[in-house]
Design a protein around this ligand. Structure first.
Ligand SMILES: NC(=O)c1ccc[n+]([C@@H]2O[C@H](COP(=O)([O-])OP(=O)(O)OC[C@H]3O[C@@H](n4cnc5c(N)ncnc54)[C@H](OP(=O)(O)O)[C@@H]3O)[C@@H](O)[C@H]2O)c1
Length: 259
């Protein structure tokens, strides 16, 4: 039986790595992002390389109607989704009070509302069929004190908590949910955020590859692990913050500016 995976943010970075990994595993893939040409090229390459079916579905997830439209197109084409990778995302890098509301609303809509709505629309059928896998992209930012990167730590903390709660609800029915929490990963993320120069000054040890992140996340969700922090250095960073008193966390956050 061929299973189908829907990957958001498939046009770059970690999303492209997930598409490649799942196609190599024999999944048919549905590829979502705004840049249609990239999705078309990727779909063509995956079909050639792995002999699977690949459907590019260009959509802007900052638009509140996008999740319903995507699911409508899937229903029309008779496609059932067995694995959902909620990966599309970005971070603002300017102060909250200096950022236009439209940018803040988009950040929330893409990573909170759209991801939650896609999950809400697709998870019930997975539960009914008794098999499903959902990976939600959080970040090690979810384990760290709030930083100046706008709402990012809050958003990723929501994703981390929501994924764990949903895994508790769905795991008994054969549907595993994993919050994937990478650290610094080579992709277009810091170019979009316009912090490439600062990011390049970080030690090489902190940087991982997108395909490494995708492999770790997929392996975790297949094993039913609700939280996955790829790479030892990130596990250490995530764990080390937990016992630190909040006042010290805030002081460290104010001093260590990497953005
Ligand atoms: N890179 C890191 O250091 C890092 C660390 C921790 C967590 N993460 C998380 O990992 C996920 C993937 O990031 P990445 O590093 O792969 O970044 P990336 O290379 O910039 O890719 C982001 C993807 O999201 C898509 N996207 C952005 N806005 C969208 C919109 N309005 N509608 C639809 N798709 C949209 C982009 O496609 P289009 O532009 O074509 O729409 C692109 O495919 C994000 O959730 C990010 O928060 C990244």
């Amino acid at each position: 039986m061929t299973r189908t995976a829907l990957i958001t943010g498939a046009s770059a970075g970690i999303g492209t790595a997930f598409a490649e990994l799942l196609a190599a595993e024999g999944y048919d893939v549905v590829l979502v992002a705004r840049r249609a040409e990239r999705l078309n090229d990727l779909a063509e390459a995956l079909v050639d390389r792995y002999g699977i079916s690949a459907l590019p579905l260009p959509a802007d997830l900052a638009h509140p109607a996008a999740p319903a439209a995507i699911c409508g197109q899937l229903a029309e084409s008779g496609i059932e989704i067995d694995a959902l990778i909620n990966n599309a995302g970005l971070s603002g890098s300017t102060a909250f009070t200096e950022t236009p509301w439209e940018k803040i609303a988009a950040e929330l809509q893409i990573q909170v509302n759209s991801a939650t709505e896609l999950t809400h629309r697709l998870a019930p059928a997975m539960r009914e069929r008794g098999w499903g896998r959902i990976v939600n992209l959080s970040s090690i930012a979810a384990f760290q004190p709030p930083a100046e990167s706008l709402l990012y730590t809050g958003i990723k903390t929501y994703v981390l908590n929501m994924s764990q709660a949903l895994n508790m609800e769905l795991s008994p029915h054969g549907v595993h949910v994993t919050a994937l929490c990478p650290g610094f990963t080579r992709s277009e993320f810091h170019d979009v955020m316009e912090t490439r120069e600062a990011a390049n000054r970080l030690p090489g040890l902190l940087w991982g590859d997108a395909d490494q992140v995708a492999r770790a996340g997929w392996s975790a969700v297949m094993r039913g692990k609700p939280v996955c922090v790829p790479r030892t250095v990130n596990k250490f960073l995530a764990a080390s913050m937990r016992p630190v008193p909040l006042a010290t966390q805030y002081a460290m956050s104010a001093r260590i500016k990497v953005l």
